[in-house]
Design a protein around this ligand. Structure first.
Ligand SMILES: *[C@@H]1O[C@H](CO)[C@@H](O)[C@H](O)[C@H]1NC(C)=O
Ligand SMILES: *[C@@H]1O[C@H](CO)[C@@H](O)[C@H](O)[C@H]1NC(C)=O
Ligand SMILES: *[C@@H]1O[C@H](CO)[C@@H](O)[C@H](O)[C@H]1NC(C)=O
Ligand SMILES: *[C@@H]1O[C@H](CO)[C@@H](O)[C@H](O)[C@H]1NC(C)=O
Ligand SMILES: *[C@@H]1O[C@H](CO)[C@@H](O)[C@H](O)[C@H]1NC(C)=O
Ligand SMILES: *[C@@H]1O[C@H](CO)[C@@H](O)[C@H](O)[C@H]1NC(C)=O
Length: 503
């Protein structure tokens, strides 16, 4: 008999109260640790937390219900309320706070407009994205002009124009505005407004081959458009800044010179018109009006990047789940596909063929296959198949196994309640994939590899230099590998329609 059932009802409540206090205390410590400067700084953005809109039908039900019944016992509201730390970064609060931060940068008399949105979820910087209205394109110097007289924002705690955060690889709205957009306060009649507003996403990428980097950028772009769909147009308060109907008039203009890469197609998630580049002959001629320019949140500013060397306790993310569904939909994949092999447990090993090999992987997986029932193992070189094929593999996977690397990003596309297994190079304590697994409700298991089998250093080489984990192969003792896989696989023995005993 458990301790709780031995206690009387009063003690039981006290116990629950005590654990709730503990949880709050831990959360408080965690939040205080994450935002050590937050209390000393001037508030940067309006501190608004609007109530979620209530649909009509819903409010009726609530009203009628309260007439005939009582509310939940108070213990329940405490546990179902998401901690603000998590909701502000991974929940819809993130979008609402961005929406409510809208700041107009041009004076009302200006022919063009520039609305920017800011988010501060870390003490080290402010993340920004902008929508420019009434931009004129000049094909000769490949830049846009805004007829904008900048407002005096000295009373407001928002970053000044030209002081937006810059991100690695020369990305982010600050860089895009600096490189491609000119403010000309003396241009008083720039734009001839059209009947159908068109939208152009100005995109400057970090690179194009790393799935994690690329997906973070594309995720940030989708969040920016979501916020525009929730934000009021400054002069037409009944329309949003970007409506669903505007999607068909939206195009992507790529500012960087990087090769397309495998993920470029995803930039057109909300921009079905052909993707353009600055040197594209299809670019419109001089003085074409580009009504609206969208300069999205940078990939480096994505909240999934924040604190990826620390664990957090957030275990739900409507933002990430929506992104996952959107990507699958884009490739016409059913986000909840029928499973071919149920009740067999499908284990997918990410077979890296360039660096960070798992030494003896073939032997270990063959051994695993002979030792454990109810499993099917596949070893896939993700780099050798298309992104759509990678997604299809992820969707039919129950346990995703890999040495630390961007391939584990596919955790985002695993079916609900899967398991992720990460083999970390010795002494690497990256927590990014653990946090992603938690946000999607997957189990996560990790081990650190042993130091590689010692190899004699070539003549003249400095043996005191630390090996570079990016390059080194990783080695695990066979019994450690078996224990790792046992725990991960058996965590699924009674999930869904499976019904296996552990022995
Ligand atoms: C709630 O009660 C009102 C008035 O009694 C009734 O008109 C309405 O249909 C009820 N709504 C629901 C959802 O039952
Ligand atoms: C706008 O005109 C004023 C007055 O002629 C001039 O001082 C200023 O430099 C001009 N600004 C730009 C951006 O050309
Ligand atoms: C207005 O903007 C256009 C387009 O960039 C530019 O060619 C023109 O010189 C500007 N006019 C003035 C008065 O600055
Ligand atoms: C945007 O719309 C305006 C007005 O209809 C039109 O003149 C312009 O060519 C369009 N620009 C692009 C880039 O499609
Ligand atoms: C472009 O716009 C500027 C400023 O309005 C104007 O002076 C110039 O003649 C225009 N050029 C063309 C090719 O229309
Ligand atoms: C990984 O791929 C390489 C190259 O195709 C192959 O030789 C190796 O056996 C694969 N490893 C596993 C564990 O399947």
């Amino acid at each position: 008999m458990s301790l709780v059932s031995l206690l009387g009802p009063r003690q039981r409540l006290l116990r629950i109260g005590a654990s709730a206090i503990c949880v709050f205390f831990v959360l408080f410590l965690f939040t205080a640790y994450q935002l050590p400067l937050a209390h000393q700084e001037q508030p940067l953005l309006p501190d608004t937390h609007p109530e979620p809109p209530v649909e009509d039908g819903q409010s009726n039900i609530d009203e009628n219900a309260s007439e005939v019944a009582f509310d939940l016992p108070p213990e329940y509201t405490e546990v179902t309320e998401p901690p603000p730390f998590c909701a502000d970064r991974f929940g819809v609060s993130y979008l609402r706070q961005l929406r409510d931060s809208a700041t107009e940068y041009c004076t009302p008399e200006s022919p063009s407009g520039l609305t920017c949105f800011h988010s501060k979820t870390t003490t080290s910087r402010v993340d920004t994205f902008c929508l420019a209205r009434g931009a004129l394109f000049d094909q000769v110097d490949k830049s846009f002009t805004l007829g904008c007289s900048l407002r005096d924002l000295s009373g407001q705690s928002v970053p000044r124009y030209r002081e937006f955060t810059n991100y690695w690889y020369d990305t982010g709205p600050g860089r895009v505005l600096e490189e491609a957009v000119r403010i000309n306060e003396n241009n008083s009649s720039l734009v001839v407004p059209g009947t159908v507003p068109n939208y152009t996403l100005l995109v400057k990428r970090e690179g194009s081959n790393n799935i994690w980097h690329s997906l973070m950028e594309i995720f940030s772009m989708t969040l920016s458009l979501d916020v525009l769909r929730m934000a009021k147009h400054p002069s037409e308060p009944t329309t949003p800044l970007f409506a669903t109907a505007d999607i068909e008039n939206t195009q992507v203009l790529v500012l960087d010179d990087i090769a397309d890469g495998p993920y470029v197609d995803l930039w057109t998630l909300f921009a079905p018109k052909p993707l353009l580049r600055m040197n594209d002959p299809a670019l419109p001629p001089l003085n074409t009006s580009f009504e609206n320019l969208i300069i999205p949140l940078s990939g480096g500013g994505n909240t999934l990047w924040q604190g990826d060397w620390e664990i957090h306790t957030c275990d739900d993310s409507p933002l990430l789940q929506t992104f996952s569904r959107r990507v699958l939909n884009h490739f016409h994949l059913d986000p909840d596909p029928p499973r071919e092999q149920l009740p067999e447990i499908v284990i997918t090993f990410i077979n890296r063929t360039t660096t960070r090999h798992l030494i003896n992987a073939e032997e270990y997986f063959a051994h695993l296959e002979s030792e454990l029932p109810h499993i099917r193992i596949q070893s896939i070189d993700f780099a050798a198949i298309s992104f759509a094929e990678q997604l299809a593999v992820a969707q039919q996977t129950d346990v995703l196994v890999g040495v630390h690397g961007a391939g584990l990003t596919h955790g985002i596309f695993l079916p609900a309640h899967s398991a992720m297994v990460e083999i970390l190079p010795p002494s690497l304590n990256h927590k990014g994939f653990r946090n992603v697994a938690a946000l999607l409700g997957h189990s996560y298991f990790s081990v650190h590899a042993s130091q590689s089998v010692p190899q004699p250093a070539p003549e003249g080489q400095d043996t005191s230099k630390k090996p570079d984990w990016h390059q080194e192969d990783v080695f695990l003792e066979k019994d450690i590998f078996m224990e790792l896989m046992n725990v991960a696989i058996k965590s699924l023995y009674n999930r869904g329609s499976r019904n296996y005993d552990v022995q």
